[in-house]
Design a protein around this ligand. Structure first.
Ligand SMILES: [Zn+2]
Length: 360
């Protein structure tokens, strides 16, 4: 059924009159935002109306279209003019306000403390600095190449399914989709380290990573990783085991023992899960270690020859160790925190109850 163009003109005039009045009466930016949404939002009056134009004949449309566009423009202009007026009024009120800077102010005595996660990270940075490891910072937004391809994870490799990835919409920059991402691990530092510094190198990288995971007590979409990249001549699994024990003793005390267990990571060969003797039951078996007496505390391996080659390093001359752990998991174990989300939710009560040792 065709709608009469008079009817449509009435609707347009109605929107115009109602909203011009509302805009005129608005006294805050918030109110204006509400009117803007009511007009131009997803379900706004101006957004929705053109859907009804299909009911008009071609001649009617020629009449209604310019009218509609004119009103749309008029309403936009009215809102932006009113925004300016409200801002100007706000500024002039501020100008007239006077502050007495000499009046005494009582400052609340409150002492802050470092988040236990930060405390832990500072600690391991110190621990590995003693072995000559320097800190390296890689970007949190990176290319698919640096995050996956040079790490022996080509496109369509099944290992990509293990790391659900947040991709950045890069079409606005003229880059095809799926090329720019939020890094899923700190290993995006490896190619940079290898191409920027000549071997031998000892670097540590600590920083934020992102995965498209649903969150629960043990998973977060935003988390930290700690990673070592150690490249030299003649490195072997013996060095890797030494680093693992050195690390675990520094964190959990001299009693702890480390063991390596075969584990698959595409960027190392061989790969190892790093286990520590359960700190809660000393290996006897308890609820926390699931009765096995060991806790998985890190992941490591000898850097894959393909990764070394991608970084311009000859795998026949040099070998490398990549070693990493989850600072969140370590902090939770050390401090007896059961829910990972507590570390970042900003609720200070947890930290007060822990009595963080570093006051700031
Ligand atoms: Zn145990």
């Amino acid at each position: 059924m065709l709608e009469s163009s008079n009817n449509m003109q009435d609707k347009i005039a109605d929107i115009k009159n109602t909203y011009l009045k509302k805009i005129k009466q608005a006294s805050s930016l918030k109110e204006l935002d509400e009117h803007f949404l009511a007009l131009f939002g997803k379900k706004g009056a101006v957004t929705k109306l053109p859907k009804e134009f299909s009911k008009l004949s071609k001649d009617q449309l020629q009449l209604v279209s310019p009218l509609f566009n004119g009103v749309k423009f008029e309403l936009e202009k009215a809102i932006s003019n009113k925004r300016l007026t409200i801002r100007e009024t706000g500024y002039s009120l501020l100008e007239r306000e006077s502050l007495d800077l000499s009046s005494p102010v009582e400052i609340k005595k409150r002492q802050g403390a470092l988040n236990p996660l930060t405390e832990f990270e500072n600690h391991i940075v110190q621990v590995f600095s003693k072995l000559g490891f320097q800190q390296y910072d890689a970007p949190q937004i990176d290319t698919d190449i640096n995050n996956f391809q040079v790490l022996n994870i080509p496109e369509n490799h099944p290992a990509r399914d293990l790391q659900d990835t947040f991709y950045i919409d890069s079409t606005n920059f003229g880059i095809e989709p799926g090329r720019i991402l939020m890094r899923t691990h700190t290993s995006n530092s490896q190619i940079r380290i290898m191409t920027e510094y000549p071997a031998p190198v000892r670097f540590m990288n600590i920083g934020r990573c992102f995965r498209n995971e649903s969150t629960d007590a043990r998973h977060e979409h935003t988390f930290d990783q700690f990673e070592l990249v150690y490249i030299d001549k003649g490195l072997s699994l013996a060095n890797l085991l030494y680093l693992s024990e050195y690390f675990l003793k520094a964190v959990f005390g001299p009693e702890i023992k480390a063991r390596l267990r075969p584990k698959y990571y595409p960027f190392v060969e061989p790969g190892a899960g790093v286990d520590g003797l359960c700190i809660f039951c000393s290996g006897k078996g308890c609820n926390i270690c699931g009765g096995v007496g060991w806790l998985e505390l890190g992941g490591a391996g000898m850097i894959h020859p393909n990764v070394l080659r991608a970084g311009g390093i000859n795998p026949n001359e040099y070998s490398g160790i990549a070693w990493g752990c989850s600072p969140e998991r370590m902090t939770m174990l050390k401090q007896g925190i059961s829910d990972m989300r507590q570390l970042r939710n900003g609720d200070l009560r947890l930290f007060e109850s822990l009595g963080s040792s570093v006051k700031v």
